[in-house]
Design a protein around this ligand. Structure first.
Ligand code: ADQ
Length: 460
């Protein structure tokens, strides 16, 4: 069995300081790394000038991290990753910043990664690079003489060709992808959008068996949707902490129907649009009003980036306006919490909700939708309202699919969810639950690494 090397911007393998791995991705990759005796490389999250990797082995998993100089963090991470690629790949040209310095920082950090990591790659290792922070890394590793099988997975959407060409260096970025042997997207839709770019902009061809060819070089491009650690999440939802959360929630909502939203505070998640949809529901259904309560949990992220400060300020103002306009002396329509919650508490919150409101404007996948489904009580499941623009909509087509830009559609869907008969709720939920359990994060990881193991290495 080959060793697995994982490379991503940040490492979330467990360490002595943080012994429980954070999130589904960490769980899936940690299990794979333990089995395959692998290493997870990435930025430590700290600033510093060293070029040294710090290795740490904890509970059978090795992580290797490097600090980055402050200028690199500004230009590569805050800059190119979060102010250029993230908005552009989420269809937000108006928020996208085009600065040569950012691109310079991006290439510098990717080159640094290739230089410090390549000496640690052994001939039989499978190398799996993650996400938009690291697109050119495969190409740079090849420059360092790495001949291994190289895979890349994109966690976010692939943008339409007409948007992508607004990026001055779009050709260079996409050409670099052809240094990998396998590239993975979350959905068929993103894969097809990628095909479109390859055909229009590169004169390439799309062949059978997921093959894509440009200028004599053929790679595999697959749709490989990520899942959650369903088993762990279901266990959490049935555990003691979730039960306590459930009774705490029941007491606080006092017989009303809870609607819940959980997101990283990010403009791509459509939280503002969700508040508008909820406001429309409150305005147009005065009789139903007092029977609902929306709980929105949104821990701030990327707080050094201006567009994130702006969305946070808008949400503060909008949540205040909604409560000011509709609250009664004994009821508030909206509880807005800017904090993260432990996963078992989160599971209890999902389970206590009659409606899950997941309304991103664009999302590579969206794991919250899958967690909401996994956490439900099979005898009395809640209803998922899901944006048709989330990658998860391809698998979770039994949700109430909506256009998040339309407050009326959202208000109608809330009404439909609240009045849905138990039989229909159960039938819709069962199909989604089966999918969440079958196509879980282990399935995803295996599908990708099996595809990668099966290809001929690019370089003889
Ligand atoms: P994200 O944009 O971060 O991920 P998402 O898939 O929803 O989005 O994952 C967020 C994770 O954070 C979930 O596991 C959720 O439970 C957790 N989380 C959010 N708010 C929380 C809170 N208040 N407390 C505790 N936990 C919270 C990117 C892409 C997605 C893609 C994933 C994985 O943008 O489209 O699904 O990567 O590929």
């Amino acid at each position: 069995m080959s060793r697995l090397i994982v490379i991503s911007n940040r490492v979330s393998a467990p360490t002595a300081e943080q012994p429980s791995a954070q999130g589904g991705l960490a769980v899936a990759l940690t299990a794979a790394l333990r089995e395959a005796d692998g290493v997870w490389f990435g930025w430590s999250g700290e600033t510093g000038n060293g070029r040294d990797l710090r290795f740490e082995t904890y509970d059978g998993v090795t992580s290797a991290t490097i600090d980055l100089p402050e200028q690199d963090v500004e230009e590569y991470y805050d800059g190119y990753a979060n102010r250029t690629l993230w908005p552009l790949f989420h269809y937000r040209l108006g928020l996208t910043e085009f600065e040569r310095d950012f691109q310079g920082g991006y290439e510098r950090v990717n080159r640094l990664f290739s230089e410090v990591i390549s000496p640690h790659i052994e001939p039989d290792d499978l190398v799996w690079v993650h996400d938009y922070h690291m697109v050119p890394l495969g190409w740079l590793l090849r420059q360092q003489g790495v001949k291994n099988r190289l895979g890349f997975f994109l966690h976010i959407p692939w943008p339409p060709t007409r948007l992508l060409i607004a990026l001055p260096e779009h050709k260079r970025l996409v050409e670099a992808l052809f240094a990998y042997d396998v590239i993975g997207f979350q959905t068929r839709e993103w894969l097809e959008t990628f095909h479109d770019y390859v055909e229009r902009e590169m004169g390439g061809t799309v062949g059978p068996n997921d093959e894509v060819t440009v200028g004599g070089r053929t790679i595999k491009a697959i749709a490989c949707p990520i899942g959650i650690d369903a088993r762990e999440f279901i266990a959490g939802a049935n555990g003691e902490v979730a039960a306590q959360t459930l009774s705490r929630m029941a007491e606080s909502i006092d017989g009303r129907n809870l609607i819940v939203g959980v997101d990283r505070l990010d403009y791509s998640k459509g939280i503002e649009e969700r508040f508008h949809g909820y406001q429309r529901f409150l305005e147009t259904r005065p009789d139903a009003r007092m029977n609902v309560s929306l709980l929105q949990i949104a821990p701030p992220s990327r707080a050094t980036v201006q567009s994130y400060q702006e969305i946070r300020a808008s949400l503060d103002a909008l949540s205040g306006r909604i409560n000011g306009a509709f609250a009664e002396i004994d009821w508030v329509p909206l509880r807005y919490v800017n904090r993260g919650l432990p996963r078992d508490v989160l599971a209890g919150v999902y389970r206590s909700a009659r409606v899950g409101l997941v309304t991103p404007l664009r999302d590579g996948m969206n794991l919250v939708a899958k967690e909401f489904v996994a956490a439900q009580d099979p005898e009395d499941p809640g209803v998922l309202i899901l944006s048709r623009f989330a990658g998860a909509a391809e698998q979770l087509d039994q949700a109430l699919l909506i256009n998040p830009y339309s407050p009326d559609e959202m208000a109608d869907a809330i009404e439909q969810a609240l009045s849905m008969p138990l039989d229909e709720r159960k039938a819709r939920w069962r199909k989604m639950y089966d999918n969440v359990c079958q196509e879980d994060v282990i399935w995803w990881r295996r599908r990708f690494t099996d595809t990668l193991s099966a290809v001929e290495p690019a370089v003889a």
